[in-house]
Design a protein around this ligand. Sequence first.
Ligand SMILES: Cc1ncc(COP(=O)(O)O)c(C=O)c1O
Length: 365
Amino acid sequence: MSVTPTTISFARGVPSFDMLPTAEIGEAAARVLADDPAGVLSYGAAEGYRPLRQWVADRYDADVERVLLTNGSLQGLALLAELLFADAGGRAIVEAPTYDRTLLTLRRFGAAVQSVPLEGDGIDLDALESRLQAGAVPGLVYLIPNFQNPAGTTMSRAKRERVVALAGEYEFMVLEDDPYRDLRFSGADEPTMLSLDRDDRVIYSTSFTKTVAPGVRVGGLIVPPPLFGRLRALATDTYIAPSHVAQGTVAAYCAAGHFDPGVERAAEMLAERCAALCAAVDRHLGERAVYRRPEGGYFLWLRLPGVDTEGLATRAAEAGVPFVKGSSCYIDGGGTDELRLAFSACAPADMDPGVERLAALLPGA
Ligand SMILES: Cc1ncc(COP(=O)(O)O)c(C=O)c1O
């Protein structure tokens, strides 16, 4: 009798359960309910729980009146997309490849989405500039500067500076989607585009999904003052107020000093997983795979020249080693020989057997 092997999922960009600070989150929830029950059990403010807004403002050296907390950062993106595109339409530029859910959200609200190639150090600025010079100025440029989803790349400082300068010059907004920033395990931090912006052109998106736990569903935007009131009004109309129990729990977690040790521990675990995955890829795929080693985050992006990764994705899902096929992350049918392996959800010991199983599915294996 054949035994179906257990699934080793490279598909989902989520932390494994053992990465989550379960006890600390439990204590934080109990503490905030005991200390501020009225603050977290009422509807609360549409812009979010004030102590957590203040914590975010302090961390990014921003005015607290610019911080709008949402139920996960994706909801902030959805509010922004609705505000910018639902009535007026317009153009949004994304990196190719990019986060597939953003593509869906922008399109759902009527944006005409175009893409510009992503290079090893961030968006191809020559390609972006020639679009701008040709008059194709977008309403929004969406960038994931650190440990990009799906490509794992990090944008250089020079490119960050140039994007901010172009945004001022051509008058477009930049959405800096930065949920992985704190999960660096090698190299040095680059400044946020938010910190380089002097013209209120950058909207910064952060999330506690990767740094505390996905289930808290707490994220948020730091927005230029002219947009803040309109986003808050849209938030009120959409859900009255975000979950203050969740935001209060995260606020108590951060106030207790757990945030930095928590991300340090997560980054150490991710470093080990990334190393184990790269070693497995080298061992089982060797020269067939082309990749750049990420300096943090969750994702390893592979190119397998000559391999149809769409067909491979179907066979891999059947064989219990699912991954995200490259074409999901492009708007124009690119990525057909690329794929994303998430190393966040797998134990280091699963990487080798998982990649071995995947390699056995390749043509000619
Ligand atoms: C680049 C990027 N943005 C946003 C999100 C969504 O985050 P949240 O859970 O805060 O909604 C993700 C989740 O994988 C992501 O990779």
